[in-house]
Design a protein around this ligand. Structure first.
Ligand SMILES: [Cu+2]
Length: 90
């Protein structure tokens, strides 16, 4: 029983790490904290997004997802566009 539990722990650990990979995108057009809030609200609506940190000064936005594979870059770009901004390089 003890060996079964420890092998389960070994198996579960990398899965937890893989599930918390953040996505970093550069967003154009942010100029103040209201913009950050708008972006955050728009991105939080995407299923699977658990946390958003938008920085108006640098444009750098970190998107934390429950499962990286389920949140597509297309969904992020669409949400950003709908909020009135754009993802750098698009
Ligand atoms: Cu603003």
């Amino acid at each position: 029983m003890k060996s079964l539990l420890s092998s389960l722990a070994v198996l579960a650990f990398p899965l937890v790490l893989a599930a918390s990979q953040p996505l970093n995108v550069q967003i154009k057009g942010m100029s103040c904290s209201a913009c950050e809030e708008k972006i955050t609200k728009a991105l939080m609506k995407i299923p699977g997004v658990t946390e958003v940190k938008a920085d108006a000064k640098t444009g750098m936005t970190t998107i934390q997802t429950a499962e990286k594979s389920k949140v597509s870059m297309d969904a992020i770009k669409a949400a950003v566009k709908e909020a009135g901004f754009s993802v750098e390089g698009t």
